[in-house]
Design a protein around this ligand. Sequence first.
Ligand SMILES: [Zn+2]
Length: 255
Amino acid sequence: MAKRIMVFFLSVLIIFAGMAFFADEARITHTHQGNRQTNAENNEESAAKKKQATNKKLPSVSVKDWELMLVNKDNPAPDSSMELVELESGYKIDKRIKTAYDNLLQAALKSDIRLIVLSGYRSLQEQEAILATDTEDYMAQGYSESEAKKKALDYVATPGCSEHQTGLALDVLDDSWYQSGRGLETDFGKSKGGKWLAANCADYGFIIRYPEGKEAQTGIKYEPWHIRYVGVESARYIMANNLSLEEYIDQLKSR
Ligand SMILES: [Zn+2]
């Protein structure tokens, strides 16, 4: 009898020990998961902090780099002989930015945004023709020739001073915006595609070249559709710090 009682107690003991062991296991596993979660959070946080810090640090690039070529009303486009490549749409861009542009398109597609090109490289003659057409349009609205030309120049750069002559700039829109009958309008900046473009273009080396509120420096009104290649590092810095290319180049020069 005593033996039976002992066997019973031993069994109970083993069961309790087993339960305690599994409970411990469960707790350990749980703690591990907890740790893993915290680690993931920490990694994400440190990556974000690192990115922020990188974006705050002026990149070690040179203003003489080809992708930082400054073209505006005071700096005419040089007679450079860049190698152009034709896009599917027929528009041409500098061959050196083709991959970056393709990657931008692919990334947009992943967010259900189909970017379409409305302009790429433009020769001096094409630029002159656009200015003439726009001026005529304003004259048709009743403006005098000089007033009409002045109005046209708000958006169209003086021939010779257009960034489109560099082959490093493109005018893009979201296809759904375009299909709904909209064009190169400032409201594009508030649309899904426009917002996506501003938020993501830097990761592919592009900037919104004519930001809102920077007209004094750029000489061109806000154009949420005009993107310009400057390289990933510069683009991230410019977009994160809300700069115009002119301000960025000033910062590089006064370093
Ligand atoms: Zn443009």
